[in-house]
Design a protein around this ligand. Structure first.
Ligand SMILES: CC(C)(COP(=O)(O)OP(=O)(O)OC[C@H]1O[C@@H](n2cnc3c(N)ncnc32)[C@H](O)[C@@H]1OP(=O)(O)O)[C@@H](O)C(=O)NCCC(=O)NCCS
Length: 158
């Protein structure tokens, strides 16, 4: 599976439309404009997998501040789910992040039980609960995978 940077305006628009049509973004009322804007925030990097010319999945990471190594979004297009793309994107993101920081953080909506299971299977542990974060009645679960304390971490030089 080839992972490349999401860079062109056309790919960004296609990705935003797919995400906005899918839960959890749809359930949270986050439309295409919101999804599109998330790709252009400073210190963010988005990587994608394309299959047969179509956008099959993407992962966006933020590398800034104490919570650098934050996975902003992970998405596999509906027709491509359950084939290992999500896991491949997570492994790719973890490799990038762990070269620069000992922590990977992410949030998952409390109603997104499938994704919670998926992240637990990849070794993520619950680090906290953000009550009523996007909207009342829906919490975000903060999860973390760590190599150890910040002070013991030596970034990889390359
Ligand atoms: C969560 C998600 C990224 C997993 O991607 P994927 O390519 O299907 O992942 P993989 O094939 O590597 O692994 C499949 C696992 O994901 C789980 N999963 C979670 N949500 C799923 C969904 N909507 N459809 C299929 N599988 C899903 C499956 O249960 C499966 O776990 P299992 O092997 O224990 O049964 C994908 O389902 C998705 O994009 N969902 C919508 C967006 C989302 O919820 N993103 C994460 C929260 S920000």
């Amino acid at each position: 599976m080839k992972v490349t940077r999401l860079a062109s305006g056309k790919d960004k628009k296609a990705a935003a439309a797919l995400m906005a049509a899918s839960d959890p973004w749809r359930a949270l009322g986050l439309g295409p404009a919101h999804c599109l804007a998330t790709f252009s925030v400073p210190f963010r990097e988005t990587y994608m997998i394309k299959e047969g010319g179509a956008l099959a999945g993407l992962v966006t990471i933020t590398m800034y501040g104490t919570f650098r190594g934050y996975i902003q979004s992970l998405f596999t297009a509906p027709g491509f789910r359950g084939r290992g793309l999500g896991e491949a994107l997570m492994r790719f993101a973890e490799k990038k992040i762990f070269a620069r920081s000992p922590n990977v953080f992410l949030c998952v909506s409390s109603f997104n039980k499938g994704a919670l299971r998926f992240y637990r299977r990849l070794g993520y542990k619950k680090a906290g609960v953000l009550k009523d974060f996007f909207r009342k009645g829906s919490d975000e679960i903060l999860m973390r995978k760590t190599l150890g304390p910040l002070r013991d971490f030596a970034p990889r030089r390359n």
